[in-house]
Design a protein around this ligand. Structure first.
Ligand code: NI
Length: 277
């Protein structure tokens, strides 16, 4: 089962910072997200990196160590993706190969209702058959989004070079009130010639972001407002299923090589797979 292996692999290698954060929370620091101000996502990931090294992540198998009850709180504090990941893995363990699941607990979902940076209604059909690197951010973001998009672009190129298979980078704005189709049309090609930009009505973006557990929040109401948001790059299989994700601390080389690994494993298990022309 490639998805399990991928999940375990990710738990072993990719999720360590987040797992450390969870460990750190358990060790004493009480999550205060419900009462106190929410830290910018960058700092949350930074805190995860600064946590003491753990030689081996816990909860490699069996039941998800974080219950659904604590998930809401954990999500706000930044460690929630681990819980989701474990829950997702558990879901796959319990329901192997039953086709596309309509379950509500899964990570991800179609980017329906959005409009691409050419002004065309987006259909996920256009992404099926493609490996996808998916990122949520906003054009006005001063440094983090540009950094992440540059990393994604380099990682996508590296994966393609290593495997001969294309990865489609996708940027969804979580600031649809300000990021118009025209803004995206100008913004996306600055990072990668194939970067697909998506925007939509605020409610549509909200629904998509919810499926992907992406957090975002306007920091103020001035004209030059910033948006605090999760900094996560998702990697998707050609069938649209969630494969793994990368945090801010992943370098483009790490991202590219991990993506290539996922591509190679997928190809091994899907000998008939041919990328879209
Ligand atoms: Ni940003």
């Amino acid at each position: 089962m490639s998805l399990f292996r991928a999940g375990l692999e990710a738990a072993r290698r990719g999720l360590r910072p987040a797992l450390e954060l969870r460990g750190g929370l358990r060790a004493g620091a009480r999550p205060t997200a419900a009462s106190g101000p929410v830290e910018p996502a960058a700092r949350r990931w930074g805190a995860a990196q600064a946590a003491p090294q753990r030689s081996k992540p816990e909860g490699g198998g069996g039941k998800s160590p974080v219950g659904w009850k604590s998930l809401g709180l954990a999500l706000v504090t930044g460690g929630g993706l681990v819980a989701l990941y474990n829950a997702e893995r558990q879901r796959r363990l319990e329901k192997p190969r039953q086709g596309p699941s309509a379950g509500t607990s899964r990570i991800g979902g179609p980017l329906t209702g959005l409009t691409d940076h050419h002004g065309r209604p987006h259909s996920d059909e256009s992404l099926r058959g493609e490996f996808v690197a998916l990122y949520f951010g906003f054009c006005f973001c001063p440094d983090i989004c540009p950094d992440e998009l540059e990393k994604i672009a380099a990682a996508v190129d590296l994966t393609e070079k290593q495997t001969g298979h294309r990865v489609q980078p996708v940027f969804v704005t979580i600031d649809p009130e300000r990021d118009s189709v025209a803004d995206l049309a100008e913004y996306c090609p600055e990072f990668h010639p194939r970067l697909l930009g998506l925007t939509g009505l605020p409610q549509q973006v909200k629904e998509v972001a919810k499926k992907w557990r992406v957090y975002y929040n306007k920091t103020d109401d001035t004209e030059d407002y910033l948006v605090d948001h999760s900094i996560i790059t998702y990697f998707l299989y050609p069938d649209g299923e969630f494969a793994t994700f990368f945090g801010k601390n992943a370098t483009s080389e790490e991202m590219g090589e991990r993506m290539a690994e996922f591509v190679r494993n997928w190809k091994k298990e899907h000998p008939g797979y041919k990328p879209r022309p």
